[in-house]
Structures are given as structure tokens and as C-alpha cells.
Design a protein around this ligand. Structure first.
Ligand SMILES: Nc1ncnc2c1ncn2[C@@H]1O[C@H](COP(=O)(O)OP(=O)(O)OP(=O)(O)O)[C@@H](O)[C@H]1O
Length: 276
């Protein structure tokens, strides 16, 4: 895989009108993001700074607002309030520039699935402005690395859930973005492929890229992520380096401490195997 493309280098005008390099922006800055669906407040004035070069895990219970947050952060869903900036570029004010910096694996995406894997990844790269002689070798390589090459001309519509996840991951990588935003990248993926994906992501971050993943698999987040944010009811309840957030405990235990209080302790006394 090629190194991620360098982020847009923002400049500031000095008092004398000269241009000075500014302090580096976070790879992703969310500032007061909010979204309601009718009466339901999905994201409640959420702010977060993701440092460049980090592998940042977003965790939280079902319905906490992770997908809604990531959708607003990547220009897929219009926020009711707040801003999202990718390397200082406003996702909603300058969508084309911001999206050029992003590689996105959305949750439950519907794509052009009447294509083979090679066609879909190639098409994705062409849409991102890559030349065909650049995109075809990259797409081929990605399909080999993600163990999808043998699927040949099988349509993506006929892929398994894990294969679909991997081909969409390939689409998010093909243009070598600066910031990868991956909603549940390991969901439905087999353990060997999960290891391959983890290696791709750590290599990508080591080369200067930034990775943001949402996941429910705490062990993976603890092993893979340099930073983590725990989201609950549309708000950040803890954020920092993984070590800071875990605070000397297992991340899963910490997660349960922070957001487990409202989990039901009720017993399903009626749930007993029925006799034959
Ligand atoms: N399009 C929508 N219309 C109505 N409500 C929605 C919509 N999308 C999300 N919600 C609601 O917003 C809340 C947050 O949903 P979201 O999908 O962001 O949670 P999540 O943290 O990604 O959950 P999960 O871990 O289960 O994927 C939920 O209560 C959900 O029902």
C-alpha cells in the first residue's frame, strides 16, 4: 500500500500579510456536533479532537450515537449544529477538499453491488480521480491482500457479509487518504482477515495516516488503538489515550463502569429450556 497522501498544510496570514505555517490541526476535530431524529437526541453537542497519526477507537453501547457522529464527521449526514474539520478543512463548508482527505467505511452502506470486487474498487478509485493505470494495480493488490481475489467475477451483491465489509474497506483505502474513518471494520470478518486489516491499519498509522474506528470488540480496541473515546447517549463520557481511559483497568471493565450503570439487571426468570 502506498503511504497516505499528506494532509492539506494550512497556512495563516501574519500581521505583515506573509503566510506562516500554523500549528498542526488535529486530523479530525468535532466541535459541538448535534443531531436529533424527531424527539430522539442521537448526538448531544459532542466535541472530540483526534490527533494526527493516532489509531482512535470510538466505543459505546448500542444506540450511543457512534454511527450518527461518524456520518456527520464524514459529510454523509447533515448536523443540526456543530462543525467537523478534517486537518482544518470544514467538512460542510468545503466538502470536496475535506472528502479528498477522507477514506470512509460507512455502516450498512448500499453501493453499486452489481459489480465484481475488482470493478467496484476500481470504480471507487476512478471516482476519486485516480488514473486507471494507477487504480487497477492498487485494486488488484488490495483484493489479494484482503483475500478476495479468488471471488473473481462474483458480484459484490452475492458476497458474504464479511466479504462485503472487506471490499468496502478496499474502496476506502484505494485512493490512499490521510484519515480513515471506519465504522465497525471487524464486524463479520474472519479472524485471519481481521489480523490482516489490523496490520494494514497500524502500518497506515505508522506511515503518518490517522485511523478512526468504531467497534464493540474491546480487546481489539485495547490492542490496536492508541486513543479511545467512550460515547454514551450522544456524549463523550471519557476520551484520551487508551491507557488514560482504561485507567489501569481492563478497557472492557472501564467501559462497564462508565456506561454499564443503566444496563438492566433484571433476570429473565421465564427463560428456561422447555422440556421435550
Ligand atoms: N435515521 C434515523 N432515524 C431515526 N432515528 C435514528 C436514525 N439513525 C439513528 N437513529 C437513532 O439515533 C440513536 C443513535 O444511533 P446510532 O446508529 O448513531 O448509534 P450507534 O452508537 O452507532 O449504535 P450501534 O452500536 O447499535 O451501531 C439511536 O437511538 C437510533 O435509534
Amino acid at each position: 500500500m502506498t503511504a497516505p497522501s499528506p494532509p492539506a498544510q494550512p497556512v495563516l496570514s501574519g500581521a505583515d500579510g506573509s503566510q506562516q505555517a500554523s500549528a498542526p490541526h488535529p486530523a479530525l476535530l468535532l466541535n459541538g456536533l448535534a443531531k436529533a431524529f424527531g424527539q430522539k437526541i442521537a448526538v448531544n453537542l459532542l466535541s472530540l479532537a483526534v490527533p494526527a497519526g493516532s489509531v482512535y477507537g470510538i466505543v459505546g453501547p448500542n444506540g450511543a450515537g457512534k454511527t450518527t457522529t461518524l456520518s456527520m464527521a464524514t459529510g454523509l449526514l447533515l448536523p443540526d449544529a456543530g462543525r467537523a474539520l478534517v486537518h482544518g478543512v470544514d467538512v460542510w463548508a468545503e466538502p470536496v477538499r475535506a472528502k479528498g482527505l477522507l477514506g470512509v467505511l460507512p455502516d450498512g452502506l448500499r453501493t453499486f453491488d452489481r459489480l465484481s470486487g475488482l470493478e467496484l474498487v476500481t470504480y471507487s478509485g476512478l471516482l476519486r480521480g485516480l488514473a486507471r493505470d494507477v487504480v487497477v494495480p492498487r485494486a488488484t493488490q488490495l483484493l489479494h491482500v484482503l483475500d478476495l481475489w479468488d471471488a473473481g467475477t462474483t458480484l459484490v451483491a452475492d458476497y458474504s457479509a464479511g466479504m462485503r465489509k472487506k471490499v468496502h474497506l478496499a474502496c476506502s483505502l484505494v485512493h490512499s487518504p490521510s484519515v480513515l474513518v471506519l465504522d465497525e471494520p471487524f464486524e463479520a470478518v474472519d479472524p485471519i482477515s481481521a489480523k490482516t486489516i489490523q496490520k494494514i491499519l497500524t502500518d497506515f498509522a505508522a506511515a503518518g495516516g490517522t485511523v478512526i474506528i468504531s467497534s464493540h470488540v474491546m480487546a481489539t480496541v485495547q490492542r490496536l488503538c492508541t486513543h479511545v473515546a467512550i460515547i454514551d447517549q450522544g456524549r463523550v463520557v471519557a476520551a484520551g489515550t487508551t491507557e488514560e481511559v482504561a485507567a489501569g483497568a481492563d478497557l472492557e471493565d472501564r467501559f462497564a463502569q462508565l456506561v454499564g450503570a443503566q444496563m438492566s439487571r433484571e433476570e429473565l426468570s421465564w427463560l428456561r429450556p422447555s422440556s421435550a
